[in-house]
Design a protein around this ligand. Structure first.
Ligand SMILES: CC(C)(COP(=O)(O)OP(=O)(O)OC[C@H]1O[C@@H](n2cnc3c(N)ncnc32)[C@H](O)[C@@H]1OP(=O)(O)O)[C@@H](O)C(=O)NCCC(=O)NCCS
Length: 308
């Protein structure tokens, strides 16, 4: 019998075990590129590069702690006393178009416990929590191998975004004012992520605000805030050495009188001007169709409607 409850710090070492049950070959990043590595060679920062903050007790504790302190909902599935699965429900207000967005950013079941309803129990708990919070839609970004699971648990394809490599010359220079900023999570309230939407707006903000001391190997970035042709924005430009690319995210304060593609285009042109170099990012498919930029891949958002 599976029970789902909100995760706490006492679950951290077992959450790490759940995520470790799925590890492929380990890799270490050095200036010259990737190489194979043994577990003993990896410090907590290099473990993160092998599968996120859930890879070591040190970074997983910081991560779960941050989510709980921010009022978010990490969940564990228990069989008896044992943690056999973990999921993270991230909820935030993205303004007039999207409203309250509930997003499952992680779902992981221990390899030895798959195929017996643990994943479904985590999804149903996320749906219940979404309903309790008053949100109407639950979203996910499924890996290809997980699409069957999400189809079986009531999710359907809802939106397509396209990963592109864009250069400053690809868009006209915008009229804007911007300055460096150190935003906190509250500054993203009511803001919609219109560029770089690899997960939900709040989820991406949380992951960029999450820092591990001494872990520059994960990349370093700067936030900017400002206005571009009357649209308030927050932009993040990040050098990620292990991707060999400069990555951009941008949020806007949306207006129901403007189209999302227009706001995304303005926010992208502002971010490109701030980066001053080519960048890699995700844009809504409608905007990708207007750009000359090289398309790298499509990212699908799936959604499940949640009745009140
Ligand atoms: C995807 C995952 C969470 C599923 O968890 P699980 O506990 O094995 O799933 P369940 O047993 O609850 O399955 C629920 C339903 O999904 C179906 N399902 C599960 N995995 C499936 C797959 N890969 N393809 C098709 N259907 C699948 C099951 O058949 C079941 O359907 P049914 O109730 O109609 O028989 C688990 O395989 C996992 O942790 N995978 C690795 C991490 C991952 O891919 N996470 C998602 C990232 S987006």
């Amino acid at each position: 019998m599976v029970q789902v409850e909100v995760a706490s710090l006492r679950h951290v070492s077992e959450i790490v075990e759940v995520h470790h049950s799925d590890l492929g070959p380990l890799r270490a990043w050095t200036r010259g590129g990737w190489r194979e590595a043994s577990p003993e060679e990896l410090d907590p920062c290099r473990w993160v590069l092998n599968g996120g903050p859930w890879m070591s007790v040190e970074t997983c504790a910081i991560h779960i702690n941050n989510l709980l302190l921010r009022g978010q909902t990490p969940m564990v599935a228990l069989e008896g006393d044992r943690v056999v699965g973990e999921a993270e429900l991230i909820v935030g207000d993205e303004g007039c178009r999207r409203g309250l967005v509930a997003h499952v950013s992680v779902i992981q079941v221990h390899r030895d416990f798959r195929g017996r309803g643990v994943g479904r129990a985590l999804v149903e708990s996320a749906v219940e929590a979404t309903r309790d919070l008053g949100a109407r839609t639950l979203t996910v970004v499924p890996e290809d191998e997980a699409k069957g699971f999400y189809g079986a648990t009531g999710f359907r394809p809802a939106e397509r975004w396209v990963e592109v490599d864009v250069s400053p010359g690809d868009l006209p220079d915008p009229k804007m004012e911007a300055g460096l900023a150190s935003p906190d999570l509250e500054d993203f309230e009511g803001m919609e992520l219109v560029v770089g939407r690899y997960q939900s707006g709040v989820d991406v903000a949380l992951s960029l605000l999450e820092r591990f001391a001494g872990c520059d190997v994960l990349g370093t970035g700067k936030f900017w805030t400002g206005a571009v042709e009357g649209v308030e924005f927050i932009s993040h430009v990040r050098d990620v050495p292990f991707l060999g690319a400069r990555i951009v995210y941008a949020w806007v304060r949306p207006s129901s009188r403007r189209e999302r593609e227009l706001e995304a285009r303005l926010a992208l042109s502002a971010s490109l001007a701030l980066a001053g170099s080519p960048v890699r990012t995700l844009v809504p498919e409608g905007l990708a169709d207007q750009l000359r930029a090289a398309r790298r891949r499509v990212v699908e958002f799936w959604a499940r409607e949640v009745a009140p």
